[in-house]
Design a protein around this ligand. Structure first.
Ligand code: ADP
Ligand code: MG
Length: 561
């Protein structure tokens, strides 16, 4: 048509398409899950907007996703009567990837990583997965509530560009036609499609329908009946005992736009003063933008089963931003918005309850050390933000932390504070730690000499956040934390009487040596004193007890302080 226009994909899309087709080949059946997932999201969005404007349904309020196939034409079609898209929506949604940091991330992938389906899969692959089975994809769509001539047709062969044209379209919503590749015609098959719908989309509340054509007496007399293929009940509304692990996992992939299974989950229905259902998940792998300010976080919020918002961040603290899931509240108003959530006192209460749930879920996960280690390696440094952000749960969070210590002398952070306390010496009162720039610097610090000699365990801290963490972690299980590199370390509690006496004598004997060193170093030091900490090294530098540590100093310097 005259209005047809050809546009190029954003570079990131081209890269992703390329990677996807090669790395996800053996999983390509998931294209159906992704397209149904998008159709269901579109229905959710229409239902939400129609709360205030019935007319958006255009007389067709029965939301649904439909799947058809044609063996002769070698096509599979996925259609929904959801919100649909305007021309601008189509161009930005089906031509770019909005997530910031994507370009850098894709550029940094090594050759091996490019083949890792889980790395690629964290983009949610989404709409573009259609190109794994199709050599041409055609999208016809119209935004609900617009004129029939506001329809849009998008076409692409997935090779760098797409065309876009204005069309007449009587129905609102979106239809996606996949022209199957020669080696993917197997998908144009009733049993295959039904099987995939049940496998991946049972838990979606919107019915997914397929047609059955009944031939009548003569050729013209055929009738089509639509059969709902999936269970079509929102997963979290069903009783826990009736939901299989596979269903929980499939649902996770739908809401989290993730490709990997979750590590664990927690499904709870709460009744009483507050009424809500939550289904929280811990992912197996950190998204690349975990530390980016704009990275997506938060729960999918429903009110009385009506979808309201994606990424509602108000219900969990920042240090639990890796938790994904659904919250369905009976107390909030259907008219809530992001802004209103910030003022609602109910939200604070739910946040505190959901925080406890999340910590309990991690506590349970910790009973499986191998799974917990996976979690810790991915998200440990985020959880370390917890004691500073959430004083009320400090002790609980501390119990979930894992450390490298002189007990194992390994870089693997797998020792808990409980482990440490169980191994403490009889007279020992404190938990000792050292913070350094690297694991090796910590491990080989001269400050540890006396501890090693006496067989006292020391936590070896070298993550960037550790010093910050330790300024907020002062006590655990009644034991205080002591930095072995600071102040006049008092090991009195574990030194014997003879040792103490010998130490006093040494101090006296060395008074003149100390005076000479002080003279030489002059202004460069605050104080020189005899120490009993060292066994092999002749001297070491320590910070006064209440001074900022080295890492903090560097952080402050970097911030221009
Ligand atoms: P995601 O679903 O993770 O956002 P997708 O690649 O699956 O990513 O889809 C990209 C965007 O395209 C969606 O966020 C949505 O805005 C739009 N989109 C895709 N399919 C549909 C559809 N059937 N109806 C309306 N919008 C859609
Ligand atoms: Mg999607």
């Amino acid at each position: 048509t005259a209005q047809e226009q050809t546009l190029g994909f954003q570079t990131e899309v081209k890269q992703l398409l390329n990677l996807m087709i090669h790395s996800l080949y053996s999983n390509r059946e998931i294209f159906l899950r992704e397209l149904i997932s998008n159709g269901a999201d579109a229905c959710d969005k229409l239902r939400y907007q129609a709360l205030n404007n019935d007319a958006l349904y255009e007389g067709d309020p029965e939301l649904r996703v439909e799947i058809e196939y044609d063996q002769d034409a070698k096509t599979v079609t996925v259609r929904d009567n959801g919100i649909g898209m305007s021309r601008e929506d189509v161009i930005s949604n089906l031509g770019t990837i909005a997530r910031s940091g994507t370009a850098e991330f894709l550029q940094q992938l090594s050759g091996e990583q490019k083949k890792d389906a889980r790395l690629i899969g964290q983009f949610g692959v989404g709409f573009y997965s259609g190109f794994m089975v199709a050599d041409e994809v055609v999208v016809r769509t119209r935004l609900a509530g617009t004129e029939h001539n506001a329809g849009v047709e998008w076409r692409s062969r997935g090779e760098g560009e797409f065309t876009i044209a204005e069309i007449e379209r009587a129905e609102h919503g979106t239809e996606i036609v996949l022209h199957l590749k020669e080696d993917a015609v197997e998908f144009a098959d009733e049993h295959r499609l039904k099987h995939l719908v049940r496998k991946y989309s049972d838990h979606i509340e919107v019915p997914v329908r397929m047609p059955t054509v009944q031939e009548g007496e003569d050729e013209t007399d055929t009738t089509i009946t639509w059969e709902t293929v999936n269970e079509a009940q929102a997963l979290w509304t069903r009783p826990k005992s009736e939901i299989s692990d596979d269903e929980y996992k499939a649902f996770y992939k739908h809401i989290a736009h993730d490709f990997s299974d979750p590590l664990t989950w927690s499904h709870n229905k709460v009744e009483g003063k507050l009424e809500y259902t939550s289904l929280l998940y811990v992912p197996e792998r950190a998204p690349f933008d975990l530390y980016q300010r704009e990275g997506a976080r938060g729960l999918k919020l429903y009110v009385q089963r009506v979808f309201i918002l994606d990424d509602a961040e108000q219900f969990l603290p920042l240090y639990l931003r890796f938790v994904k899931g659904v919250l369905d509240s009976n107390d909030l108003s259907l008219n809530v918005s992001r802004e209103l959530l910030q003022q609602d006192p109910q939200v604070e209460k739910m946040k505190s309850a959901l925080t406890k749930r999340s910590l309990d879920m991690l506590g349970k996960l910790a009973k499986d050390p191998e799974a917990y280690q996976t979690f810790w390696n991915q998200f440990g440094t985020v959880l370390k933000e917890g004691p500073a952000e959430d004083h009320a749960n400090r002790e609980k969070i501390a119990g979930l932390l894992r450390f490298s210590t002189t007990h194992t002398d390994s870089t693997t952070q797998d020792q808990s504070l409980q482990d440490y306390i169980e191994r403490m010496q009889a007279q020992q009162q404190s938990i000792y730690y050292i913070v350094a720039d690297s694991f090796n610097a910590a491990r080989h610090s001269p400050h540890l000499e006396i501890f090693r000699k006496k067989g006292i365990e020391v936590l070896l801290l070298s993550d960037r956040i550790d010093e910050w963490l330790m300024t907020h972690l002062t006590e655990f299980d009644g034991k205080s934390f002591v930095d072995v590199a600071k102040g006049d370390l008092d090991l009195g509690e574990i030194d014997s009487e003879e040792e103490k006496k010998a130490q006093e004598e040494t101090a006296k004997a060395k008074e003149s040596l100390v005076a000479r060193i002080r003279e030489v170093l002059g202004e460069d030091v605050q104080e020189v004193r005899v120490t009993h900490r060292l066994t092999d090294s002749p001297a070491c530098v320590v910070l006064p007890e209440h001074e900022m540590g080295y890492q903090m100093r560097r952080l402050m310097e970097a911030a221009g302080q």
